[in-house]
Design a protein around this ligand. Structure first.
Ligand SMILES: [Zn+2]
Length: 187
């Protein structure tokens, strides 16, 4: 994945916009058109995949009958999952959705209001996770958070417990996350 050339400007944009996006709605209007199932393809070694990424995806299954994250090691999967490094010392993970229209493929990072027919990249930054001595459950929680974004969940405004709050946590989906998931996709 050749991302480096446009990576720095986007990170700067993320920092500038973060006060705005952190006030985003609990759920985003945009997203994949259907997530039952939605397929993810993992680009790490099998140990990393089985220890962290598969458990993180499974955390979202069984909450709504309309939501199933399913591993499919195929280039046609909608979500591409990576473990990478970053020059941003504070970034633990990122989900980058894309949509395509007549003018090409675009990142949906300004409004999260498009239909993600171009798929998405889900990235955990292992250099920063290592730097923070994150435990296995914290790493799973980090990937769970990013998978939550892939299911159109934003950062909640409520202060109650949520895996969708930013920062280092060791929790899976909480009551607030489950109700937001059902609010977005149905029961
Ligand atoms: Zn987030």
């Amino acid at each position: 994945m050749k991302k480096y050339l446009f990576f720095l400007p986007v990170l700067l944009l993320t920092v500038i916009l973060s006060p705005v996006t952190s006030h985003a709605a609990d759920t985003w209007s945009g997203g994949f058109s259907s997530v039952n199932p939605i397929y993810y393809n993992v680009h790490t070694n099998d140990t990393y995949k089985n220890n962290y990424i598969v458990p993180a995806a499974r955390n979202w299954n069984g909450i709504s009958s309309k939501v199933t994250l399913s591993n499919w090691q195929n280039s046609a999967a909608a979500i591409e999952v990576y473990a990478e490094t970053t020059s941003d010392p504070d970034l633990l993970g990122e989900f980058i959705p894309y949509y395509t229209d007549n003018f090409g493929r675009h990142r949906d990072t300004s409004c999260y209001c498009h239909t993600w027919n171009g798929g998405g990249d889900l990235i955990g930054y292992y250099d920063n996770m290592n730097k923070n001595n994150m435990t296995d459950s914290q790493i799973i929680s980090n990937y769970t958070h990013e998978f939550g974004h892939s299911l159109s969940l934003g950062h909640p405004s409520e202060s109650s417990a949520s895996v969708m709050h930013q920062g280092i946590q060791s929790i899976g989906p909480q009551s607030l996350d489950k109700s937001n998931l059902r609010k977005r996709w149905g029961y």
